[in-house]
Write a protein that binds this ligand. Sequence first.
Ligand code: GLN
Length: 552
Amino acid sequence: MRYVVVSGGVLSGLGKGVTASSIGVLLKAAGLRVTAVKIDPYLNTDAGTMSPFEHGEVFVLDDGGEVDLDLGNYERFLDINLGKDNNITTGKIYSKVLEAERRGDYLGKTVQVIPHITDAVQEWIEDVAKQPADGSLEEPDVCVIELGGTVGDIESAPFVEALRQFQFRVGIENCCFVHVSLVPVIGVVGEQKTKPTQHTVQVLRGLGISPDMLVCRSETPLADEVREKLALFCHVKPEAVLSASDVSNIYHVPLVLEEQGVSQMLSERLKFDLPDSRPLLDDWRAMAARVDGLEGEVHIAMVGKYTGLSDSYLSVIKSLQHASFAVGRKLVIDWIEASHLEDLNGDISEDVVKQNAEAWELLKKADGILVPGGFGDRGIEGKIIAAGYARENNVPYLGICLGLQVAVIEFCRNVLGWTGANSTEFDEQTPHPVVVFMPEISKTHLGGTMRLGSRATLFQVDSCKTKSLYGSEEHVDERHRHRYEVNPDCVDAIESNGLTFVGKDRSGQRCEIFELKSHPYFVGTQYHPEFKTRPNRPSPPFLGLLKAATQQ
Ligand code: GLN
């Protein structure tokens, strides 16, 4: 097993995840089986209890793991499926060590960060790196490890120390280090400044890790003299100082690295042969060019709650993008804060009136409307209004999880005439609980207790839009993350009015997909199809939305 460790310095949000995934693409293109591990140095056991406001979207895996969104980058770039153990957190490592301590496994010893925590980290990495990830039963050849956070943080110190030791454990020839840093451009002449990178590499080297490669994020390509200077001060070969300047689309990143000889350097450093032809790279070239060449726009209104922070809906955005490539249009997402669509209730303050007018203008010009998943009652009425607008005006609509639930609430209120219909998540006293708490879910523990991960949805009809989008499969496996569901007692009344639950779980009780008859595309999924999209295989419900939105 070979390992490529990707760390980051200066500041977060530099694109370490995309860099690490791109290196994975180059390794995969060279014919290696690639897997990935993300280390998150926080005490939460997993990302499941963390706010998307603070931490971006919670990504869900087949096995129900609620993990960092970078695992989504790995799955999409490398076309692999990871498990919850591929996301290591401080919380998980400490729980494991403390459990062992209580069992008496360390009897007589003082349990310490070094060696007990650092050993646990290394064992975990070695174990999970062996897990097949590409759908075959084969062990991977190489594992890309992304160390979250910024080197030098107190939080990540035990992991940096573990990785320092790790290079000796697995053999220096099997482990290489890539450090991602920032080269800011300042002043009128646009000077590229090297000092932040010098400092972060000093910190890393002070902790015992010397990077084999530096990936320098910058607005502009690195000047030769800047590269030379960084090589000199950072103890890296000049050719291993890589320029990662801003690109027109993300699919260029592996290609930009490749142009600078990264595959060749990795093959020399980790001792594997580079094949003569690498068709995967040709695919990436074609994809990068196709994305650059998209013409004509398609406007999708995203009606949500975290609209200021696109990371909160990263996989939904990716799914829309992938579907837009398939229909050959440039995607424009119009973000609408759901609460801005709500009735003003007599409020005539200027800001509120303006926000409301702007939100409605965006909604009305949309080619398609999407209401993504969510929790909590803020903006719920606005989402219900958006679903109703789409239903009544024949605007293509996709509702995901909460987006399905609000559309059902809207339908019950306005088509069935059930005044006050609601989800018990938002109104426990509602006279018409059309969305209810699932019986098996814990009311006391929030972490890891939802209906999570991959579950089967069986189509209930011979033909319908979603079934044909899924290639007429009899069943599909998609990922879930919810506590509430459509009340099975209301299904007959809803269906007899035209909203049909065309997909249900194996029990036939749980509603998974709805479609509205006599509407171009009005679809809701209780599951989250966004977690399985791929650049060249867009998620079917999203493809349906984009096809309908572009009259295809
Ligand atoms: N809050 C809703 C539920 O728990 C929807 C969840 C979601 O959209 N992921 O069922």
